[in-house]
Design a protein around this ligand. Structure first.
Ligand code: GDP
Ligand code: MG
Length: 598
């Protein structure tokens, strides 16, 4: 294929600025979608994504576009996930492109993720050009936002396109700009094969499908390929492209984007960032940028009904088939019985998996509060990765504990700066930078312990900024910290699933707030329920849920039977998410009370 007729591009945007809507418009305008498909956002495939309005998996779509110069071009649109948890995947997707559309909401302006993504694109030497979206909104002020883009990002906006993805305005201009502004790919189809894997997923009929960008050489059916990082050797069954439906092709050559199916059984063997080459005539070296992504946030997942343990394991295995960043292993809790300790890239990743388990696999879960990975050095010099409070060795065995820190950048309007600084300091943050991006928008950069972020940082940030703050973060390093294990006792017994690792200086008030919050969530029962927080053997806080005095149905005076039944049913429904711990029934909320502290 003629390289000068190919354009590989990506759309980068902050969440909700209109990336998916715009992508669908481009598909429509190039005739890739049927009428039925136009009705819903095609690129956000999974139901869950649609509901939350986020794009999780990167996708690549091949569009055919006849430009004003009379020539026909292949436009490969590579969609990227739009969340901080998936920044490695974003970086790999971007490196498969030569250019990117920078979509900015003309009413909102530049946000934290706009910046994080645009810097990544600039780092990869992509040609970036701005599209001001949502100009149909009465509050849109595209000229002001253009100034913002010039000031903050430093890219020229004199040719910025004013668009409304919703109304279809600006779409022809965008297509022309793609052809004119983005450089065509380079590469030699006769060279030694180098293909970048930028996404992979499992298909129950075909096995693993990998999306690749070919940089050098050509791959075709029947080729023996090798994945240079994992070392696996496979035979290619099929190559092709999505347009947006899968179409088989003769080959994929340097400059092209498409899929390869090669009898790979699990996604773990086709990792994002790996390089595909020929087994017999391999490239001298792999493409740069490969990383092994590691889970950063852990939580325990337990079936409510212990009879569902096997079903839960099956469901986790199925999810893992498609998500090599997610990990799980069996865990045994005295309080909750048999379950799994699961590792996630971040909080959003965790929520997505939990929701999918319940929705697609119908497993009802009790989940424990999320925790980060701590690095513990014992007095014997052993280094342990501690993923749950229960794995923490006894105090006298510990030489030091280190916790992960992140570099967080927060964008807020002026008026919220004080509140955000207060929050970051409360969360043990170390200030790095405060920068006025424009007269009214401020970027605040802090080093923060990830441990504080996984608790309630997002919610607090949103509420103190009335929803205006946006956040992005990168992992920094591990730092020594004075951390202790906080235990929760219910009627005198330690409930292991409720134990937490907290900073020593905060243990006292965390403990106090925690027992007070739990009290609100634990319903009255036949017995009095005592809730205590303790560090080691030292109880630091206590609250009590009084015993139930009378049957709730007594209120019905035995008269109206339907009302009585309704009440009983309501009680039963309320009980669904309960787990019997000793003699006490604990609702799901009690396990997550630490996240709900005000
Ligand atoms: P993404 O998170 O960047 O993929 O954003 P979406 O494409 O999902 O859009 C977020 C929301 O903005 C949706 O409710 C869209 O309908 C809406 N939206 C997208 N483009 C426009 C536009 O041009 N004008 C208006 N008024 N709304 C838009
Ligand atoms: Mg989207």
């Amino acid at each position: 294929m003629d390289l000068t007729k190919i354009r590989n591009f990506s759309i980068i945007a902050h969440i909700d600025h209109g990336k998916s809507t715009l992508a669908d418009r481009l598909l429509e305008a190039t005739g890739a979608l049927t009428d039925r498909e136009k009705s819903d956002q095609y690129l956000d495939k999974m139901e869950l994504e649609k509901e939350r309005g986020i794009t999780i998996k990167a996708q690549a779509v091949r569009l055919t576009y006849k430009a004003q110069d009379g020539q026909t071009y292949i436009l490969n649109l590579i969609d990227t996930p739009g969340h901080v948890d998936f920044s490695y995947e974003v970086s790999r997707s971007l490196s498969a492109c030569e250019g990117a559309l920078l979509v900015v909401d003309a009413a909102q302006g530049v946000e934290a993720q706009t910046l994080a993504n645009v810097y990544m694109a600039i780092d990869q030497n992509l040609e970036v050009f701005p599209v001001l979206n949502k100009v149909d909104l009465p509050s849109a002020d595209p000229h002001r936002v253009c100034e913002e883009i010039e000031e903050i990002i430093g890219i020229d906006t004199s040719d910025a396109i004013f668009a409304s993805a919703k109304e279809g305005k600006g779409i022809p201009e965008i297509l022309e700009a793609l052809v004119k502004k983005i450089p065509p790919p380079k590469g030699n189809p006769q060279g030694l094969l180098q293909g970048l894997i930028f996404d992979s997923w499992y298909d129950s009929y075909q096995g693993v499908i990998i999306l690749v960008r070919i940089f050098e050489g050509t791959v075709k059916k029947g080729d023996k390929i090798r994945l240079m990082q994992t070392g696996g050797i496979y035979e290619v069954n099929k190559v092709g492209a999505f347009s947006p439906h899968p179409v088989e092709l003769q080959d994929l050559a340097a400059g092209e984007v498409g899929f390869v199916i090669a009898g790979i059984k699990v996604v773990e063997d086709a990792k994002v960032g790996d390089t595909l080459t020929h087994h017999h005539q391999p490239a001298a070296k792999a493409l740069p940028g490969y990383q092994v992504v590691k889970p950063m946030v852990f939580s325990g997942l337990y079936p409510i009904d212990s009879g569902e343990y096997d079903a839960l394991r099956d469901a986790l295995e199925k999810l893992r088939l498609n998500d090599s960043a997610f990990s799980f292993e069996p865990e045994n809790s005295l309080a909750l019985g048999f379950g799994f300790r699961c590792g996630f890239l971040g909080l959003l990743h965790m929520e997505i998996i939990q929701e999918r388990l319940e929705r697609e696999f119908n497993v009802e879960l009790i989940t424990t509060a999320p925790t980060v990975v701590y690095r513990v050095t014992t007095v014997k010099g052993e280094v342990l990765n501690v993923e749950s409070a229960n794995m923490l060795p006894d105090v006298q065995m510990i030489q030091q504990i280190e916790e992960p820190f992140v570099l967080a950048s927060i964008h807020v309007p002026n008026e919220f700066v004080g509140a955000v600084l207060g929050l970051c300091i409360e969360k043990r943050g170390i200030q790095r930078e405060i920068k006025y991006l424009t007269a009214n928008r401020v970027m605040i950069v802090f080093e923060l312990p990830l441990n504080e972020i996984v608790l309630d940082f997002f919610d607090r940030l949103k509420s103190i900024s009335r929803g205006y703050a946006s956040l992005d973060y990168d992992h920094l390093d591990f730092r020594t910290s004075r951390l202790v294990r906080l235990n929760v006792l219910i009627n005198g017994d330690v409930v292991d699933a409720l134990s937490l690792i907290v900073h020593n200086d905060k243990a006292q008030y965390r403990g106090r707030d925690l027992v007070a919050t739990m009290k609100e969530f634990i319903p009255r029962q036949q017995y009095e329920v005592a809730i205590q927080a303790a560090i080691g053997n030292k109880v630091i806080a206590r609250s009590t849920v009084k015993a139930l005095r009378k049957d709730v149905t007594a209120k019905c005076y035995g008269g109206d039977i339907t009302r009585k039944r309704k009440l009983l049913e309501k009680q039963k429904a309320g009980k669904k998410r309960m787990k019997q711990v000793g003699s006490v029934e604990l609702p799901q909320e009690a396990f997550l009370a630490i996240l709900k502290i005000k």
